[in-house]
Write a protein that binds this ligand. Structure first.
Ligand code: HEM
Ligand code: HEM
Length: 201
């Protein structure tokens, strides 16, 4: 098992990144279908329960990633990135990581405030207790708005982030995507930082 390295991400960071990304994209599709399409009420109930259970798994994984961020060493930014790109990429990562926490907590708040009082059956194994928030229609509407708004914001930001990763890989030919795929040392010569032609010392 690899830990974070100076130039690359470790096993856990890579595994968590792709697992969380996959689950989130699935949850957004599922959330849209269960909430915004006309489907059979029994199927809708079941989709809501799957959505809530998988969403809580994402919350757990996002907390784990947060803990790893604090204890593990961060890889150095790819050498060919300029200072503005470095700041922009760090800011995007921090916002994405925070949204991975805020979105599921807001979803949990929707389930906790709805006056319908429908329990959350975690994969049909245990009932997840509600958050300590009063049940009311106003509360449910508020948290639904926050949950949906932050979920679609996350989708938009993730799309930009993925486009940036693909741009780095296919246009700039640098290591940005390769190292998140666990392939180190695959930097193309075109992306190597150029030696500056200074005075001979
Ligand atoms: C990262 C995790 C999650 C994502 C990306 C996500 C995404 C979404 C999306 C896109 C919708 C449809 C919003 C709309 O079009 O109005 C939705 C609805 C919903 N989600 Fe999530 N969700 C997540 C986690 C959770 C969790 C953990 C729970 C509860 C424990 C939850 C409960 C709900 C509920 C109850 C709705 C329906 C809201 C309503 O009726 O207005 N979600 N979710
Ligand atoms: C919901 C989807 C996604 C989320 C929430 C997300 C979030 C993140 C976060 C928080 C990081 C910082 C590193 C870490 O994980 O600790 C990161 C890095 C990265 N992500 Fe994503 N990501 C998503 C989807 C994608 C997709 C679809 C791609 C590629 C097509 C991608 C490519 C990358 C790459 C290449 C890095 C490393 C960037 C670098 O080292 O500068 N991500 N992502």
């Amino acid at each position: 098992m690899r830990r974070h390295q100076v130039n690359g991400y470790g096993f856990w960071a890579i595994g968590l990144h792709w697992l969380i990304a996959l689950l989130i994209l699935g949850l957004i599709g599922l959330g849209f279908v269960m909430r915004r399409t006309a489907i059979d009420p029994a199927l809708q109930f079941s989709l809501y329960q799957w959505h809530k259970s998988i969403g809580l798994v994402v919350l757990g994984l996002a907390v784990l990633r947060g803990l790893i961020w604090f204890v593990a060493r961060h890889p150095e930014p790819v050498a060919s990135l300029g200072p503005i790109e470095r700041r922009a990429s760090l800011a995007t990562h921090v916002v994405l990581a925070l949204l991975c926490l805020v979105v599921p907590v807001a979803g949990w708040a929707v389930a906790s405030t709805t006056p319908l009082n429908i329990p959350t059956f975690f994969f049909n194994l245990v009932v997840i207790p509600p958050l300590p928030l009063g049940r009311s229609e106003a509360g449910e509407d508020f948290w639904s708005l926050i949950h949906a708004g932050t979920a679609y914001l996350l989708l938009a930001l993730a799309a930009l982030h993925a486009a940036a990763a693909l741009y780095h890989h296919f246009i700039r030919h640098d290591e940005v995507l390769s190292r998140m795929l666990g392939r180190e040392g695959s930097i193309s010569p075109a992306a190597q930082p150029r030696p500056t032609r200074g005075r001979k010392q």
